[in-house]
Design a protein around this ligand. Structure first.
Ligand SMILES: O=P(O)(O)OC[C@H]1O[C@H](O[C@H]2O[C@H](CO)[C@@H](O)[C@H](O)[C@H]2O)[C@H](O)[C@@H](O)[C@@H]1O
Length: 394
């Protein structure tokens, strides 16, 4: 397969095309630098992105967008052809599995404190048809709970903050809902609470609340006649779901959404996984939320911290991009199929995310356990074997 084939396929998905000229390193971006020179060739994407921008243009653009949504769906990816296999292999070289590269990843943190950022849908919970049933497994919750003992942890999601909190139910975490436009710190009594003064930290789109509510009602009315269409109110943004709509109706539904938005130039559209997201046009996204949270945790200098962001969707790219441009920390894309991304590593699905988080916990526990034993030995106290997950030194 030629690199040109890769480009064509990614063009359909409408994403940035960055092709490595040489795959000499399996760990190309441990500390991520923009791939500006030497080894990378960036192919211009301006025209493609113009075509894909659903906010403007006519039917042709809607169709391009619908094609892109179809192409980026795992169910449409023909993984059995040898061309697809070549594509996948070449993508995996550029975005190796974070599980396989675990040791390199922890080494890259160079002893800096790791801060964890986790997207929700498709990352902590599997994608399901009904957004209200996207529950997180108890095993995943337990894993995230342990993770948060050792690393400050934030959930960064397109969902309404309250809704995601009801799914996750861990008061010790930070929550950034509505694509980072609604940030709350850990609840009272948790170990990180002292780092912030109040629980609601940032709501940069407050002025848009009445407009979002109005558009929600208009969209409910407008989409009522499309079987399977769902509109979700995520407080500072809205989602129009296509997942349960027949594919032949996708263009029509997208047209309906765009026709509503014509009257609201202060709002913009973005594409997610079989969903159109409606958001205020303010310069705020998951990347800004990540920067805000790092600072709220007391790290005024980004160099002093190692943020790890795990997400599966296009809106997560804003956070991956921040990490790549700053050359700090790393992004991990959750995807079974090759997608153009600013993330460095990949994991296939939420079950792999859970394994990766468990490995992080174990990695952090080993030196603590050693310290614990040494302390006990120095104090002359007999050590009784303890289950590893009960060892938590304060
Ligand atoms: O930022 P995220 O946490 O990934 O949230 C993005 C959107 O996720 C949800 O939709 C997606 O998951 C649904 C449940 O699995 C699925 O039915 C839908 O097709 C996906 O797009 C959520 O419902 C949206 O509001 C979020 O914006």
């Amino acid at each position: 397969m030629t690199k040109k084939n890769v480009v064509v396929s990614d063009t359909k998905a409408g994403m940035e095309i960055t092709v490595p000229v040489s795959d000499s390193s399996l760990f190309p971006t441990a500390v991520q630098k923009p791939p500006s020179s030497g080894g990378y060739m960036t192919i211009s994407r301006k025209k493609r992105l113009q075509n894909l921008d659903i906010n403007g243009g006519g039917t042709e653009r809607i169709n391009t967008w619908v094609d892109s949504m179809r192409a980026s769906s795992p169910t449409h990816y023909k993984s059995n052809s040898s061309v697809a296999q070549d594509h996948l292999n070449s993508w995996m070289v550029r975005h190796p599995s974070a599980l396989d590269m675990f040791d390199q990843i922890t080494k890259a943190s160079k002893g800096k404190p790791i801060v964890m950022f986790l997207d929700y849908d498709g990352t902590l919970s599997p994608i399901v048809n009904d957004p209200d049933r996207a529950v997180m497994s108890d095993a995943m919750r337990e894993t995230v709970r342990k993770l948060a003992r050792y690393f400050p942890t934030a959930i960064v999601t397109g969902r309404c903050r309250d809704k995601v909190y009801n799914f996750v139910r861990l008061p010790e975490l930070y929550y950034a809902g509505s694509h980072g436009m609604d940030i709350m710190g850990p609840s009272k009594g948790s170990q990180y609470e002292k780092t912030v003064n109040e629980s609601v930290l940032c709501q940069p789109a407050c002025a848009f609340l009445p407009m979002i509510d109005e558009v929600y009602n208009v969209l409910l009315e407008k989409t009522r006649s499309t079987p399977g269409a769902m509109v979700e109110n995520n407080k500072f943004c809205l989602s129009v779901h296509f997942r349960c709509v027949e594919e032949k109706k996708w263009s029509e539904l997208a047209q309906k959404v765009r026709s509503v938005l014509k009257d609201y130039p202060e709002l913009k559209l973005a594409q997610g996984r079989k969903v159109l997201e409606i958001r205020p046009t303010i310069k705020w996204d998951k990347g800004k939320a990540l920067e805000f949270l790092v600072e709220s945790l007391g790290y005024t200098n980004f160099d002093d911290v190692f943020p790890v962001y795990i997400g599966d969707d296009r809106t997560d790219e804003d956070a991956f991009k921040v990490l790549r441009e700053r050359g700090q920390g790393l992004g991990i894309l959750v995807s079974k199929i090759p997608k153009e991304t600013n993330a460095s590593y990949s994991l296939q699905e939420p079950s792999e995310v859970m394994k990766f988080l468990q490995k992080l916990v174990e990695w952090k526990q080993v030196p603590l356990r050693r310290q614990f034993r040494m302390k006990r030995q120095i104090e002359g106290i007999k050590i009784i074997p303890t289950p590893s997950d009960q060892i938590c030194l304060s």
